[in-house]
Design a protein. Structure first.
Length: 219
């Protein structure tokens, strides 16, 4: 049986079903806790591009308030993230509802993380290859730095995964993800509550050049 075409989906269905049943008590506790905490829906929904860039709606537990400025624009992440949200995010419990996306077939347990729809037009041809597979709850980039690595590194990891996908690799990623979650490793970049926005390859190159220049000046 071809793992990429059939085995991966079978593994997703079996493991996601088992994980959801095991985590159901935690799911229900968080559901009611966040229902009260946010005085409404405990879930965060957002459109994301999936396999072949097909748009789907991702679901996560909510960790931020919908606070806006006088112009109606959302405030920064660190201003909107609540104390409860920080705990849930640090422990990666906000990701539990994505098991529903996996069961529906929108996502896989392992694959490139689904990013924002607005990034689609910013990718070059190589970076767009990350959409050749279903996006994952976790992935190769996540166990190699998660939000602490640059966008360029993240895309390189994603493309490497797409080219080297296998059962052994998926199992390795799942085990290392569990270990990273236990340690709370790679949750955010220095100076950011969450990862900064991708602004395109020109911005990425300029950022790399600034970092190199800063390193030269420090010497």
């Amino acid at each position: 049986m071809n793992y990429r075409e059939f085995g991966k989906r079978v593994l997703d269905l079996i493991l996601a079903s088992l994980m959801f049943l095991i985590l159901l008590p935690v799911f229900l506790i968080l559901f009611f806790l966040l229902l009260i905490h946010f005085k409404g829906s405990p879930f965060f929904y957002q459109d994301r591009p999936g396999k072949n860039s097909k748009i789907f709606r991702i679901v996560k537990f909510k960790t931020m308030r919908d606070l806006t400025n006088s112009k109606g624009e959302l405030l920064s992440d660190d201003q909107r993230l609540t104390r409860v949200g920080k705990i849930i995010r640090k422990s990666s419990l906000d990701e539990i509802p994505q098991l529903i996306n996996v069961l529906k077939g929108d996502m896989s347990l392992v694959g490139p993380r689904p990013l924002l729809v607005e990034y689609l037009e910013l990718y070059d041809a190589d970076q767009a290859r990350r959409h050749e597979e279903r996006p994952g709850v976790t992935g190769w980039a996540q166990i190699n730095g998660r939000n602490t690595i640059s966008w360029q590194q993240k895309f390189e990891y994603d493309i490497w995964y797409v080219e080297n996908l296998s059962l052994a690799l998926d199992l390795k990623i799942l085990f290392r993800t569990l270990w990273n979650v236990i340690r709370g490793k790679g949750i955010s970049q220095q100076g950011h509550v969450t990862v900064g926005k991708f602004t395109g390859n020109q911005g990425e190159r300029m950022g790399a050049e600034r970092s190199t220049m800063e390193g030269v000046l420090e010497k």
